[in-house]
Design a protein around this ligand. Structure first.
Ligand code: OMP
Length: 237
């Protein structure tokens, strides 16, 4: 895939009022929106449907991880909202990934992209040891990305540090969605495996997920523009 990389704004808000107020300050078409667990539990599917109907590409980031039948049903429900992308945890295993794939493929109208989270960007090698996963984060990401490829998913969520590895092993058309992105000087917050927007693009990320550096900025639209500029310069546009 040689399409222009996209910027996805993570809307981790505790109310639809705050989320709407942020979205109203963004230029439509400049970025995509990500609705995660907090906002979804607070505001519900109607907000997601409203933004999708208004033309926003919405990444519904609920990271499903359960038995195959439950995940398939949840994916079907997510697809019915008209979202652009939905995700599951690759740790759910091959049968769960295959069930999710089949469910999303049944979507009658606009079929969302289906991606799998590999190793969370808040995890480092010590965390992996604590939960019993062998090897480095990069090795675990490689194994989980291979599972996602075999199940026919559209891409994975990984740290920018593993974007190149995923591209090399899974192919150019397999999407690399990278959270854990921080412009130079921004706070790390609870992230561990982070890199700059320029690094992520140079490493082959296809979509950058950025939350707090934008949502907590006094000028969110300006923060989006700065990140997009850095992405464009690195991509040589
Ligand atoms: O699936 C995700 O989007 C995700 C995966 C991951 O490994 N790490 C990660 O931070 N995320 C999400 O990406 C966003 C990052 O937000 P900030 O840390 O504020 O930029 C949050 O909404 C996370 O839920």
């Amino acid at each position: 895939m040689n399409a222009t990389p996209s910027l996805i704004v993570a809307l981790d808000f505790d109310s639809d009022v705050s989320a709407r107020s942020l979205v109203n300050r963004l230029a439509p078409g400049s970025c995509r929106l990500k609705v995660g667990k907090e906002l979804f539990v607070r505001a519900g599917p109607s907000l997601v449907r409203e933004w999708a109907d208004a033309g926003w590409d919405v990444f519904l980031d609920l990271k499903f991880h359960d038995i195959p039948n439950t995940v398939a049903s949840a994916c079907r429900a997510a697809a019915d909202l008209g979202v652009w992308m939905v995700n599951v945890h690759a740790l759910g295993g091959p049968a769960m990934l295959a069930a999710a794939r089949a469910a999303v493929d049944e979507t009658p109208a606009r079929r969302p992209l289906l991606t799998a989270v590999t190793v969370l960007t808040s995890h480092d090698e010590t965390t992996l040891q604590a939960i019993g996963l062998q090897g480095t984060p990069a090795e675990a990401v490689g194994r989980l990305a291979a599972l996602a490829t075999r199940a026919g998913l559209d891409g994975v969520v990984c740290s920018p540090q593993e974007a190149a590895l995923v591209r090399d092993h899974c192919g150019e058309s397999f999407r690399r969605i990278t959270p854990g992105v921080r412009p130079v000087g921004a706070a790390l917050d609870d992230q561990r495996r982070i890199k700059t927007p320029a690094f992520a693009i140079a490493a082959g990320a296809t979509d950058l997920v950025v939350g707090r550096p934008i949502t907590r900025s006094a000028d969110p639209a300006g923060a989006v523009e700065m990140i997009l500029d850095e992405m464009r310069v690195t991509a040589g546009e």
